[in-house]
Design a protein around this ligand. Structure first.
Ligand SMILES: C[S@@+](CC[C@H](N)C(=O)[O-])C[C@H]1O[C@@H](n2cnc3c(N)ncnc32)[C@H](O)[C@@H]1O
Length: 246
């Protein structure tokens, strides 16, 4: 840490303190292999993002940059009709961000066992043969998730194992589908069910595509889109997104 930054971080004006703390955090981030967003990035100041942060305060789940990507996707679909589906809800954090940003009235279908992850399979093993997850990881109190989303009357919970819970919405069409179940099988099953139910120009986002803990999710996406015209856009947040062709 540079002495000048340390001094300004404590004794500087408000503006200099902020800037000094950014320099300190960015330098530490660089040393340890992660990125600290600089203050001139405006995404953190967008009103819909601030609203999402307020609503999701204290709710555990995906970090801010990934939440913002979901908000950005749903806002880009303001002229596309259709419901939203989320596979993997946990405490409801990502759902809260999408709901806070959506400009259309839509139904949100939320799928989760609330008993945590299903059993990982062979395709979820990392290159060294180990598994990043075990059955039951990330289990959540269903009442907590319902409570976090209680303010929204356009939310419908589908509690149970994926894909057993899908047939109830077989006649619906979707603008956005968020897949965040960490494992090969439920990711594969979500793609098989939802992709053909996406509206033209609708989007499907995978939270886990770039995570070294979730090789099965990436494999499921790569296999599904291998011989389709839609390409996978991989993001530095670890997410991937695909837009359905018209
Ligand atoms: C990473 S968490 C979801 C995080 C959430 N999107 C957020 O905002 O932070 C994964 C969730 O997927 C659920 N899940 C995993 N496999 C499942 C399956 N086969 N059926 C139903 N739910 C499953 C888990 O219970 C867990 O809540």
């Amino acid at each position: 840490m540079k002495l000048r930054h340390a001094f300004q971080a404590v004794f500087g004006s408000r503006r200099r303190r902020d800037s000094a703390w950014y320099e300190i955090a960015a330098a530490q981030g660089e040393r340890h292999g992660f990125h600290v967003y600089s203050p001139h990035m405006v995404w953190k100041d967008q009103p819909f993002f601030r609203k999402g942060r307020e609503k999701a305060a204290g709710v555990k789940g995906i970090p801010d940059p990934r939440s913002f990507v979901l908000q950005s996707c749903i806002r880009s679909l303001a002229n596309v009709e259709g419901d939203v589906a989320e596979c993997g809800v946990r405490q409801g954090r990502s759902a809260l961000f999408m709901l806070a940003a959506d400009e259309r009235p839509r139904t949100y279908h939320l799928f989760d066992s609330f008993a945590g992850l299903s059993s990982p399979g062979e395709l979820d093993r990392r290159p060294d043969g180990t598994l990043g997850w075990k059955e039951g990881d990330l289990s959540t109190d269903e009442a907590l998730a319902r409570g976090n989303l209680a303010a929204f009357d356009n939310v419908s919970f589908h509690v149970g194992w994926i894909p057993d819970t899908f047939p109830a919405i077989a006649d619906r069409r979707f603008a956005l589908v968020h897949v965040d179940v960490d494992l090969y099988e439920p990711t594969r099953d979500a793609l098989a069910f939802f992709f053909e139910r996406l509206q033209p120009h609708g989007m499907i986002v995978c939270d886990d595509y770039g995570s070294a803990r979730c090789p099965g999710a990436r494999r499921a996406f790569d296999e599904f889109f291998a011989d389709r015209p839609e390409g996978i856009i991989e993001l530095p947040t670890g997410q991937a997104l695909v837009t359905r062709r018209a």
